[in-house]
Design a protein. Structure first.
Length: 93
C-alpha cells in the first residue's frame, strides 16, 4: 500500500486512466467485431453502413493510443478488401 500522498494520488490517477483506456479499447474491438460479423454474414448493405463509423473509431483509437498507426492502417485495409470482395461476389451473382 502506498504511504506518501503523491503515491496515493498516482494510484488514483492510474486507476482513472486505466478505466478510460479500457473503455476506448473496448469501443474499438466492438466496432470492428460488428463490421466483421456483417462481412461474415455476407450482408453487403449493413457492412457498407458500418464501414465509415468503424474507420472513425479505429482512427480515434490511434489518437487515444490504444493501437498504433500502422495497425489501424492494416485493419482498415483488410476490412475494405473484404468488403470489396463481397461486393464483387454480389455483383457477379
Amino acid at each position: 500500500m502506498a504511504n506518501t500522498s503523491s503515491a496515493i494520488k498516482r494510484t488514483r490517477q492510474t486507476a482513472r486512466e486505466t478505466a478510460v483506456n479500457r473503455s476506448n479499447a473496448s469501443r474499438y474491438r466492438t466496432q470492428v467485431r460488428k463490421l466483421r460479423k456483417a462481412l461474415d454474414g455476407k450482408d453487403v448493405k449493413s457492412a457498407q453502413e458500418l464501414l465509415r463509423p468503424t474507420f472513425s473509431v479505429v482512427d480515434k483509437a490511434v489518437q487515444k493510443g490504444v493501437i498504433k498507426k500502422n495497425t489501424a492502417s492494416r485493419v482498415k485495409s483488410r476490412l475494405t478488401i473484404e468488403l470489396n470482395k463481397l461486393q464483387k461476389a454480389g455483383a457477379a451473382a
